[in-house]
Design a protein around this ligand. Structure first.
Ligand SMILES: [Zn+2]
Length: 307
């Protein structure tokens, strides 16, 4: 495995702006480096409310992961969190500027790629101290009907994800990956969010997906995607892996374990975080000295990996 042994933050500030997928409201996100390991914290700038990235602050999780504290709601945080956790930037102040108390992060192109590129442009730097992992020591499983998620002991961070949709254009997709920052960037981070064409009228009637378009989501019709091509043949399951990496940030530290998911989504991902944290016999803190040293630095100059 080649995971960083020191806690990491960004080398300099980075600002990204855009509109939310569901509310279509403008939002500016400023990624601000910190000077000591303190985890990931959102700051809602209009109100001054600070929300640490923790499972205990999760509000609703119907279509996106939302953090709630002191009247503030931050929606659709999972793609940014995925990019940060995927690239092992686990200590950062994330300032969010949007109208009102209910703020949705920019959807950008529907994947984590624009966040990944911003992080790589900013650069990553190590902080004093030792990187700590949540190491799984016994399996924990959550079932919701036919859907299930399980985490078990593994010396690294590995995901095995399966989705099974009852439309031929999407169908069953399965992928397994041991994640490193480079693999995350190449194989997961570029996968876009997706929906079924038949869901769109219903979502719009509920005031959702108002900012959605073929520029920020893959839409599957009866005969296949309506977009001009896919970034990966199995882009949908890779996006589920992207969401999972982001949702696991709610553990508050990187995970050492194997996560297997069947037909998952945000609700199941968050339920696993809560179940794992609640079972103190199922995990232990380990420090990076106890982990095999990484072979070499992964942050070399990078070209965007997609057109
Ligand atoms: Zn997503």
């Amino acid at each position: 495995m080649s995971r960083s042994r020191v806690p990491q933050t960004l080398s300099r500030e980075m600002v990204i702006s855009g509109r939310g997928l569901h509310g279509n409201q403008p939002c500016e996100v400023r990624l601000v480096p910190v000077d000591r390991p303190m985890g990931l914290t959102f700051v809602h700038m209009t109100s001054g409310v600070e929300i640490p990235v923790r499972a205990s602050y999760v509000g609703d999780i119907q279509l996106a992961t939302t953090l709630v504290k002191d009247g503030v709601r931050l929606q659709t945080i999972e793609h940014l969190l995925s990019a940060l956790m995927g690239l092992e930037v686990e200590h950062l102040r994330i300032e969010v500027r949007g109208e009102g108390l209910d703020t949705e992060l920019p959807i950008l192109d529907g994947s984590a790629a624009p966040w990944v590129e911003a992080i790589l442009r900013a650069g990553v730097q190590g902080l004093d101290g030792t990187r700590r992992f949540i190491k799984v020591t016994k399996p924990v499983e959550v079932r919701q009907g036919e859907k299930w998620i399980r985490v078990s002991p593994f010396d690294g961070f590995r995901i095995r994800y399966t989705i099974d949709f009852p439309i031929p254009a999407l169908g069953r997709q399965s992928r397994e990956l041991s994640l490193t920052p480079e693999k995350y960037r190449r194989e997961v981070g570029q996968a876009r969010t997706f929906c079924l064409e038949q869901e769109i009228d219903y979502m719009r009637s509920k005031g959702l997906a108002l900012g959605g378009s073929l520029d920020n989501a893959v839409v599957y019709g009866a005969n296949g995607p309506l977009n001009d091509g896919l970034r990966y043949e199995d882009e949908a399951v890779r996006h589920k892996m992207l969401d999972l990496v982001g949702d696991l940030a709610l553990l508050g530290a990187p995970l050492m374990g194997l996560v297997e998911v069947h037909a998952g989504g945000h609700a199941l991902h968050v339920a696993l975080c809560q179940a794992l944290l609640a079972d103190v016999r199922a995990w232990a803190w380990v420090e990076a000295e106890e982990v095999a040293p990484r072979a070499k630095a992964f942050f070399q100059p990078l070209q965007p990996a997609y057109a």
